[in-house]
Design a protein around this ligand. Sequence first.
Ligand code: COA
Length: 250
Amino acid sequence: MSEHIEITRKGAVQIIRMNRPDKKNAITRAMYAVMAKALGNGDGDGDIRCHVILGVPGAFSSGNDIADFMAVATGGEGGMEVYDFLTALALAQKPIVSGVDGIAVGIGTTINLHCDLTLATPRTEFKTPFVDLGLVPEAGSSLIAPRVIGRQNAFALLGLGEGFSADRAREVGLIHAVVAEDELEAETLALAERVAAKPPEALKIARDLMLGDRQELVARIKQEGEHFRARLKSDEARNAFMAFMARKKG
Ligand code: COA
């Protein structure tokens, strides 16, 4: 269980909300575990037709909890929770709609590459500073970002760590639409309800065809994960985490 994830339902829509505002929704191992389970449960529940992923006002997610990164960097065990979550995302049987407001860093951006529809607010910035942290892209993003947003945009996002505004994200096809902050949740739920109202069997076949072979994606998630875990122990990464953790003392 995690007190930082809320799972609720509205009709045929399952809502997964990251709710750790004091840490800008940095995601811990416990949070990944709860989200993985929720996706699996929703997929197996005949009454659920669509998943929604939300954050809190101003923060979709600041990415993986850096203290958890630091634990691995200093020799601790990372655990399989993030892998379970990413696999559940990649293999989800039902459409996923996300609503993003404000901070969307690291996995806070790459989650959305697995979503069928994403809405974001004008103040949202998508950013994946993997390389700047001495890390590598994750969540299968090295495979699917070039497909979703094109190779040059993917390199700017994943290689250069450029921040993408909501407008740029819309332009390149990372998201479906930009909506006002005070309308985000209602619009996201309305979109999910439209998805949930479609004939589910036809929609599932259509979605499966659009996604293609997802085993390739799962294999890439695993391959990235092996590099990622090794990189966590590198000097480049350790120094970057220490700089983040020490920045307020300086
Ligand atoms: N892991 C752990 N804690 C995090 C975090 C993360 N990824 N992101 C933010 N936090 C914590 C901060 O340490 C701070 O905690 P404190 O109040 O106990 O000191 C709190 O959340 C608020 O963050 P703060 O930096 O004060 O907010 P901000 O609005 O000035 O900046 C960010 C927000 C997201 C730009 C900044 O926190 C940041 O760069 N975070 C790291 C993002 C990152 O690199 N993620 C990993 C990607 S692979």
